[in-house]
Ligand binder design. Structure first.
Ligand SMILES: [Zn+2]
Ligand SMILES: [Zn+2]
Length: 135
């Protein structure tokens, strides 16, 4: 498989990152925490192995919440990353912070039990009430 590099960053450009390897577990997360954190109805995440993600400019602000660690640009507020626990070896990156988010294909919807009733899903992707492992 050809190596791929995903480049991305925040709205204002203060934080830039690169990730190598194929992103996986690309999901639209409808959970209430992602919603509140982003100010959007749901957030699309792509997972990378922790060692394959690195910052190339700036340092995002991190906040621990509900045992997870989320990061965002302290200047412009763009949602950037999510760790399921502080020392997780997997980082979820907000797909819409990629320079080319159209280059990936979401695989499913997660936490649909929290989905806002005015978000009507019209795709055929699998839907999980919570995580994809526990329906
Ligand atoms: Zn920024
Ligand atoms: Zn979520």
């Amino acid at each position: 498989m050809a190596a791929s590099i995903v480049l991305g960053g925040c709205l204002c450009g203060a934080v830039r990152y690169e990730a190598t390897g194929e992103p996986y577990n690309i999901t639209h997360c409808h959970c209430a925490d992602c919603r509140k954190n982003s100010g959007a109805p749901f957030v699309t995440w792509a997972s990378f192995r922790g060692h394959s993600f690195r910052l190339t400019h700036g340092t995002p602000h991190e906040i621990a919440w509900a045992g997870r660690v989320r990061s965002f640009c302290a200047n412009c507020g763009t949602t950037l990353t999510f760790l399921s626990e502080p020392d997780a070896d997997e980082v979820d990156v907000a797909v819409c912070s990629f320079d080319y988010p159209d280059a990936i294909l979401p695989q499913d919807h997660t936490w649909t039990e929290d989905r806002l009733p005015w978000i009507q899903l019209a795709d055929d992707l699998p839907r999980y009430a919570r995580t994809r492992n526990k329906k």
